[in-house]
Design a binder for this molecule. Structure first.
Ligand SMILES: Cc1ncc(COP(=O)(O)O)c(C=O)c1O
Length: 361
């Protein structure tokens, strides 16, 4: 079976992890600091703050902007649950806006209609490795005095023109094993706003700058030096990983038939965390790919507003038609950099044969 994801670990990861373990610095230490500096440089942001996960990076970004009870944050329901649950953790309410069906990212035409006097921030999600339309979102946010938190957990190295995801307002990244680069578990917040970075650092470490002197109630959302050691080995490879993903995607774009391939707006660099197609009779499609030895996955089978903890919050059944429709059609196929050319050819053959059987879309 060709798997949907396959993290790549090499000698560099092994020796750096062992070096961290042998040094005795196991929790947050010098490697975290070095990883933050290098990641900030890579993204092109002034500051980077490493965290225990992408979820805690999102949570801290919102707390860093002082978002809490009584506030509203605009995001999308077509995403991983952490985009919305991080808003709930702060006591604020997620206000969902539907997505653009071509790009799977927030429909900017709908944002202003969702803004109320309680709105504090917009959290677009750069899903599957395609940046959300950040310039338009930033322009709306500035006009209404709102913060911007880009959920770039799937968009390491994605860019609009020469500006990378993570350089608008606050950006958050996940280093979960399936992501374009990994630290096992881990996350990062990037920003040019020094005051935000300071506050996030404070909250990440139990509200203390001086050991055991706590200025505010904070959290333990730190990254370990062992995780940072993996990140330091992975980061120099991210460019090549992304190039391989993009080359495989380009081949899919050229050779897949009978399915809707991902749209990429002009001037945008998609890093294909997922290569997500839209297909006819999706569940059957996935089953037939499996029979042909090709793994696939649905991101995500239930939109956030229909997940159990969110139903009680009363989002309405008809509110997000594009999200509901695409939830039934999307299927992600393997695009990870460790695929061989032969495996890529087998994926293409399997998708095309299945589309021939089930009819084009
Ligand atoms: C869009 C999105 N947001 C947030 C997260 C949360 O990241 P993590 O799993 O590192 O907590 C993820 C990762 O799965 C994600 O894909």
């Amino acid at each position: 079976m060709i798997p949907i994801a396959r993290p790549q670990m090499g000698e560099d990861e092994k020796s750096r992890v062992w070096e961290a373990m042998a040094s005795g610095s196991l929790a947050q230490g010098p490697r975290v600091g070095e990883f933050e500096e290098r990641f900030a440089d890579f993204i092109g942001a002034a500051h980077a703050v490493a965290t225990s996960s992408g979820t805690t990076a999102l949570h801290l970004a919102l707390l860093g902007y002082d978002i809490g009870r009584g506030d509203e944050v605009i995001t999308v329901p077509f995403t991983f649950i952490a985009s919305a649950s991080s808003i709930l953790y702060t006591g604020a309410r997620p206000v969902f806006v539907d997505i653009d069906e071509r790009t799977f990212t927030i429909d900017t035409q709908l944002i202003e209609g969702a803004i109320t006097p309680r709105t504090k921030a917009i959290m677009p999600v750069s899903l599957y490795g395609l940046p959300a339309p950040m310039p338009a979102i930033t322009e709306i946010a500035e006009r209404h005095g709102l913060a911007v938190v880009e959920d770039a957990c799937q968009a390491h190295g994605a860019a609009i023109g020469d500006r990378r995801s993570g350089t608008w307002g606050a950006g958050t990244f996940s280093f979960y094993p399936t992501k374009n680069m990994t630290t096992g578990e881990g996350g990062m917040l990037t920003t040019d706003d020094g005051a935000l970075a300071d506050r996030v650092r404070l909250l990440r470490e139990h509200g203390m700058k001086v050991r055991y002197h706590h200025d505010v109630v904070g959290y333990n959302f730190r990254m370990t030096d062992i995780a940072a050691a993996i990140g330091l080995a992975q980061l120099p490879k991210l460019g090549a990983f992304n190039e391989r993903r993009r080359a495989i995607a380009a081949r899919y774009d050229r050779e897949l038939r009978g399915v809707t391939i991902p749209a990429v707006p002009p001037g945008v660099t998609h890093v294909y965390h997922q290569y997500t197609i839209r297909v006819n009779r999706r569940d059957e499609f996935a089953e037939r790919l499996k029979e042909r030895g090709v793994g696939s996955a649905i991101y995500y089978p239930i939109p956030v507003h229909r997940q159990k903890p969110f139903i009680a919050l009363g989002y309405g059944d008809e509110a997000y038609p594009v999200t509901d429709r695409l939830t039934e059609e999307v299927l992600s196929i393997p695009v990870h950099p460790s695929l061989s050319d032969d495996e890529v050819a087998r994926v293409i053959e399997a998708v095309n044969a299945t589309a021939d059987e089930l009819g084009p879309r």
